[in-house]
Design a protein around this ligand. Structure first.
Ligand SMILES: Cc1cc2nc3c(=O)[nH]c(=O)nc-3n(C[C@H](O)[C@H](O)[C@H](O)COP(=O)(O)OP(=O)(O)OC[C@H]3O[C@@H](n4cnc5c(N)ncnc54)[C@H](O)[C@@H]3O)c2cc1C
Length: 467
């Protein structure tokens, strides 16, 4: 142990939130996250209640040579924490909406759901991810591709400022202006980790009260036709429309709606932010492919955008691997059906294809670090949630699927979608080589001692549900 009980007691007195050390009874609960297979056993944990708490925690860590890890919701890509300092951010839950300026000031403890709800009161919406349960800041630091991706781009495009506690314990405001450390701002918009602890961000909101969308589920016999029609749809889809398909193998459990229970189905998701009549017209050929057994696509309040993907919210064991696609075409669908189709016995509960392009292709003025801009789509494989499969079977299955789909899989990736990083080089592939080098320079400047470890090492798995 690199610190004494007296020193830890002094830290406890200095901070408002809880301070726990290894072996304390509350530590496991405080360090728990969405993916229950990830062990977090730090030497010391600070449950930050204020930005000053984060500063005190970082200064303590610096003084005692401890690495600093951050936990928001535990949905993210991460390795086990086996020592050092863990700062939990869930109590930093301040949230203010400036409706006139169309900006949300989001404390690091907020999930997207809270931001969506608060913004909706003003007819505004954040450009969020698929799940309202994911942490707004952890998500945005990695870029973020959600159900508004084609119409609005990456979520990180909407970050305006970050409050960051750096390795020296100083709290700074980071933005694109000359006095805002613009190079660090560039890095925080998609570079993910290794820069410090973000305590809050100002995030631009977009005017959106309703959208036309939802999801339809089709039985196994219609899966090939739905997937083929969707691939053709992506050829001509307007930027207003963001869509995805997910091949789902539901367990025979009572929590699953009866129409889907124990079945292999495809879920077709659609979000269109234009006029409802036009949105319906664009969607009509997809709706006409086959009768849906479950779900609805129609006009919806913007605040219900999380229902489109309807990701599970209960914590549990989780394994997934994601990649980007250079192209979505008919042959991709045939290869996808060949390896993942309903007649295949594969330990993959969800195989999701998303359509990118439109606004995701356009970088922000001044640029940002986010990886994957040129991609045409994403593929995410979510494994059977059995931890016994996580270290060998699922990576091997995913390797096989990836090899079969190699002609479409992009050489580059984006960090929020990567999930399992067990393949050598997969972390590095999340940014273009010159971006990776530039990020390393920014980290070396702001965290020369490597106090905020990044990249993470060890088994790396993301959270439950689809992305
Ligand atoms: C069900 C589900 C749905 C998802 N949907 C999408 C999606 O639609 N689009 C998409 O792009 N991604 C999606 N993701 C991926 C998700 O965006 C990332 O996993 C993200 O890292 C989650 O952030 P978090 O803060 O909730 O998680 P955490 O696990 O708590 O944090 C993950 C990492 O983010 C960093 N971090 C978090 N907070 C801070 C902070 N305050 N300061 C500094 N670093 C911090 C740290 O490096 C940390 O290790 C999804 C994941 C899941 C499990």
């Amino acid at each position: 142990m690199t610190f004494t009980t007296d020193e830890l007691d002094a830290l406890d007195l200095a901070v408002e939130g809880p301070v726990l050390r290894r072996g304390d009874s509350g530590l496991a609960a405080e360090a728990a996250g969405q993916n229950t297979t990830v062990v977090r056993d730090p030497d010391v944990l600070v449950g930050a209640l204020t930005e000053a708490d984060v500063q005190a925690a970082v200064r303590f860590a610096a003084a005692h040579g401890l690495a600093v890890h951050v936990l928001a919701t535990g949905h993210g890509v991460f390795a086990p924490v086996t020592g050092g300092m863990l700062v939990t951010t869930r109590r930093l839950d301040a949230l203010e909406i400036d409706a006139e300026a169309r900006v949300a000031r989001i404390g690091a403890g907020n999930r997207w759901g809270a931001v969506i709800e608060a913004a909706a009161v003003h007819g505004l919406a954040p450009v969020t991810g698929a799940s309202g349960h994911v942490g707004a800041i952890g998500y945005t630091l990695g870029g973020g591709l959600g159900p508004l991706a084609r119409s609005h781009g990456y979520s990180s495009d909407y970050a305006r400022t970050f409050r960051l506690v750096t390795a020296t314990g100083e709290a700074i405001t980071v933005h694109a202006g000359e006095d805002g450390h613009p190079e660090l701002f560039w890095a925080l918009r998609g570079g993910k980790g290794g820069f410090g602890v973000v305590t809050s961000m100002d995030f631009e909101l977009v005017p959106l009260t309703t959208f036309y969308g939802g999801s339809l589920f089709f039985d196994a016999e219609h899966i090939p036709a739905v997937l083929r029609a969707w691939a053709r749809f992506t050829d001509t889809a307007p930027e207003e429309a963001t869509s995805s398909v997910s091949l789902l193998r539901f367990p025979p459990l009572p929590v699953v709606p009866e129409a889907l229970r124990g079945k292999t189905v495809v879920s077709l998701r659609y979000v269109h932010v234009g006029e409802p009549e036009e949105a319906e017209r664009v969607f009509a050929p997809l709706r006409a492919v086959a009768p849906a057994v479950f779900g609805r696509v129609g006009e919806m309040p913007a605040a219900q955008i999380g229902l489109v993907h309807n990701d599970p919210v209960d914590p549990g064991p989780a394994w997934d691997r994601g990649m980007l696609l250079d192209l979505i075409d008919d042959d991709l669908i045939e290869a996808f059906l060949d390896v993942l189709g309903p007649e295949r016995e594969v330990p993959i509960v969800a195989a999701e294809l998303r359509h990118l392009g439109g606004a995701t292709l356009r970088d922000v003025p001044g640029g940002s670090a986010v990886g994957g801009r040129p991609a045409a789509g994403t593929l995410v494989l979510i494994g059977v949630p059995d931890p016994a499969l996580f270290d060998g079977v699922l990576p091997a299955v995913a390797d096989g699927i990836t090899a079969r789909l190699a002609p479409w899989v992009s050489a580059s990736n984006t960090i929020n979608f990567a999930g399992d990083l067990s393949v050598p080089g997969s972390f590095e592939s999340c940014w273009a080589p010159e971006v990776l080098e530039r990020l390393a320079r920014v980290r070396a400047e702001w965290d020369p001692a490597g106090m905020f470890p990044y990249p993470v090492v060890g088994r790396v798995s993301a959270g439950a549900g689809s992305r």
